[in-house]
Design a protein around this ligand. Structure first.
Ligand code: ATP
Length: 298
């Protein structure tokens, strides 16, 4: 491990080109006995971005994120989060980090407003309680008991607790697990609003569509190794992969795999005299590419 940075906001001295880096990881390693959970992982997350960490169960996501949050010790490697080594971070650093863990469940007898107020008291300059509750869309539940909220509403309350301290960096662990489709869309809007407010976010998710909808960049982790990092549209060379053109001709379903789908469609249109019945052009989905990366058949 390296020596700690003496000041909370000090940038990474060894990487002057990375002045906008919120998280920098080099050679991170964590073992549990003989089991290597994270093997030599390198990662940079830029300030202001939403970064999604994808990976199958047991890939090492939680281990990595908990090391970044300062909750787990590492065996080797350099880790710098908001200018500080999380293993040696102080209360001031912790106040700049927001964490939304997998749902805590709501057995509290406190109301929504009281729950947020209690959390706000831990911070020197919290967001006003009603503002936070408005941000997460729970204004009409201000006086409801936290235990009476639906699963999706409880998750919103979890986020309210994560952001009340005005974190510069927010960790979200599988934030929308168990949400209905509408609640997920609303939650995504909230995450985008937080990005507009300048919050950097690292989220783990098993939902490929969530990563695609929200993330500026995606990292795929498998067996403790970061297999690839990229923008969702280009992950795994997805944008360069051959396209499949489907259509119906003479009552038969036809398919052609091509690197030049526009030319194929143009030629088809000419041959068929205009409209091409049931035309569809498909490239591999993020899910197809992801399953290839983690070694599963699509
Ligand atoms: P999931 O998607 O299921 O949450 P994950 O990618 O977050 O998985 P981790 O929780 O980081 O995976 O686990 C990585 C590996 O390390 C797994 O094989 C897990 O069994 C193992 N592991 C995690 N925590 C411990 C621990 N405290 N003691 C021993 N092994 C552990």
């Amino acid at each position: 491990m390296t020596t700690d940075s003496p000041h909370v906001d000090q940038q990474i001295p060894a990487a002057p080109a990375q002045v906008d880096v919120a998280i920098s990881v080099r050679g991170l390693r964590k073992t549990y006995g003989a089991h290597v959970a994270v093997a030599s992982l390198d990662l940079d997350i830029v300030r202001g971005e939403i970064f999604a960490l994808l990976g199958p169960n047991g890939a090492g996501k939680t281990t990595t994120v908990e090391i970044l949050e300062g909750y787990r010790r590492r065996d080797a490697g350099e880790v710098n989060v908001l200018g500080v080594d999380p293993a040696k971070a102080d209360a001031r650093w912790k106040s700049r980090i927001g964490i939304v863990l997998q749902s805590k469940g709501g057995d509290s007898e406190l109301t929504v407003a009281e729950t947020v107020r209690v959390q706000a008291a831990y911070f020197a300059d919290p967001r006003p309680v009603e503002e936070v509750i408005g941000l997460v869309g729970l204004t009409d539940k201000l006086k409801a008991r936290a235990s009476s909220l639906s699963g999706g509403q409880q998750r919103r309350l979890d986020v309210a607790l994560g952001i009340v301290g005005r974190p510069r960096l927010l960790f979200l662990d599988e934030p929308t697990t168990g949400f209905d489709p509408e609640a997920r869309r609303q939650f995504w809007e909230l995450i985008r609003q937080l990005r507009e407010l300048g919050t950097t976010m690292l989220l783990t998710t098993h939902y490929l569509d969530e990563a695609e909808a929200l993330a500026d960049r995606v990292g795929v982790i498998a067996a403790g190794t970061l297999v690839e990092v990229g923008i969702p549209a280009e992950l795994g060379g997805r944008h360069l992969a051959p396209a499949r053109v489907h259509w119906v001709e003479d009552g038969q379903r036809r398919e052609q795999t091509t690197a030049t789908p526009t030319a194929v469609v143009h030629a088809l249109s000419q041959r068929l005299g205009g409209e091409i019945p049931e035309l569809a052009v498909q490239r591999p989905s993020l899910e197809d590419i992801y399953l290839q990366m983690i070694g599963q058949p699509a």
